[in-house]
Design a protein around this ligand. Structure first.
Ligand SMILES: [Zn+2]
Length: 421
């Protein structure tokens, strides 16, 4: 954690921790339930409306590189809308399917406000309105020419509104479903410590419009990298969340190497790296990243946890999940924007080098474990079809033989009967 606080900050911390309870509570009786809860510092954080407005104006100022769409869906009296921003430097190769594709979602959990602030910062850097000190905009231009990035800055707008209305611990969507438990891999399985307030998976896989929108987006865009951005701790996770192991095979190693590089280059190797289920301390079922990897076949699927205050009271949700002072806030938005740029730089070259690929459209986002999964599936399907046909012909042959035998025998027995009667 942040063990190296400057001396002045330490004095402030001592003052706050030791003296403030005595000032606010003259009897000197302090219990954690009496501790004041941190409210949203509006000098640091945008409201959801202000943040989305700022992103929309940013897009309008950069029609050459940014575009956007709002996707709306609803069911059973509940409606959701998701803003999707596309970053694509227009070059002579204008087809997004010929480029390396990255899909990122921020704000899937309502209370994790810092993630959407990172989305805004990252888009400003990509639009070259904001420079990051350690890397000038020029240094990444070449790589960015060949990449299309789709950013969902606030996946769970309805849940976020509840947080802004004062329910600071709310992580679920506008009708109480955890959007990171509503996906189809291992959906609905409940661990012994299952907490419906935190992890309600919904009435069925993809019961929630937000999850349906994200699935549709992923299936049509076919990303090579997926990143689900959360907060609560600092970690770089890869599949799986529903079991405590990483997938087998070469792609798994590639993901892990890439995460370790990001960890080394930006976080002094302090982030946890590995399987979400293995490292987070509990198994999670029906998560987005497991589905992206197992079903959508995104070659590199990640969950990044970008900030956490493990010393905050468990009731003080805002402080647990979001930085509350300017220094920490700026540190989080800047260093994670830098880390994402590294991911954009290293990801395509690693995947291309590993598979000797020159064109991204040939992959279709389906490279898993060193083989073209789509081809493998087709081959298996073809073989299966042949075997099925043979089996069916054989069954038909048997059935018709039995029928012929039956007709023949009944004729004999009828003629016999007639003969006896
Ligand atoms: Zn989260």
């Amino acid at each position: 954690m942040r063990a190296l606080l400057p001396l002045r900050s330490s004095i402030v911390v001592v003052f706050v921790v030791v003296l403030v309870p005595f000032i606010t509570n003259p009897r000197g009786v302090n219990s954690s339930s009496d501790a004041p809860l941190t409210s949203i510092p509006l000098d640091l954080y945008h409201t959801s409306d202000a943040l989305l407005k700022e992103i929309k104006s940013l897009v309008l100022r950069h029609p050459d590189t940014l575009s956007m769409e709002t996707v709306k869906m609803g069911n059973r009296g509940y409606a959701a809308e998701v803003l999707v921003v596309t970053y694509d430097r227009k070059t002579k190769h204008d087809n997004e399917k010929s480029k390396f594709r990255i899909l990122m979602s921020f704000g899937q959990h309502g209370r994790e406000l810092i993630t959407s602030e990172v989305a805004l910062q990252l888009l400003s850097v990509l639009a070259e309105e904001h420079n990051i000190l350690s890397m000038g905009p020029v240094s990444i231009t070449k790589e960015l020419d060949n990449i299309v990035i789709k950013v969902v800055p606030m996946e769970n707008l309805n849940g976020r509104k509840l947080v802004e209305a004062g329910d600071l611990c709310e992580r679920r969507n506008g009708r109480g479903v955890d959007l990171n438990r509503n996906w189809g891999v291992d959906w609905g399985k409940k661990e012994k410590d299952y907490d419906p307030y935190e992890e309600n998976p919904g009435t069925a896989p993809f019961s929630e419009p937000e999850a349906q929108i994200m699935r549709q987006l992923a299936k049509s865009f076919e990303p090579h990298i997926w990143v689900n951005v959360h907060s609560g701790m600092e970690a770089l996770f890869m599949p799986y969340d529903h079991k405590n192991t990483t997938p087998d095979g070469h792609m798994s190693n590639l993901m892990e190497f890439l995460l370790w590089d990001v960890n080394r280059l930006h976080f002094e190797e302090k982030c946890l790296v590995g399987s979400g289920g293995g490292l987070v301390g509990y198994l999670a079922h029906g998560t987005t990243t497991d589905y992206m990897y197992d079903v959508v076949k995104v070659p590199m699927a990640f969950t990044f946890e970008i900030y956490g205050d493990s010393e905050a009271s468990s009731k003080d949700c805002f402080k647990m999940f979001n930085p509350v002072d300017k220094l920490e806030f700026n540190k989080a938005v800047n260093k994670w924007s830098e880390a994402f740029l590294t991911l954009f730089r290293l990801g395509p070259s690693r995947l291309a080098t590993t598979y000797g690929l020159r064109k991204w459209d040939s992959m279709g986002g389906k490279v898993i474990d060193g083989s073209l999964e789509s081809n493998k599936e087709n081959k298996i399907d073809g073989l299966d079809l042949g075997m099925k046909d043979l089996r069916n012909y054989f069954r038909l042959f048997l059935l018709s033989s039995v029928l012929l035998m039956f007709m023949f025998c009944s004729r004999i027995s009828k003629s016999k009967y007639r003969q006896t009667n």
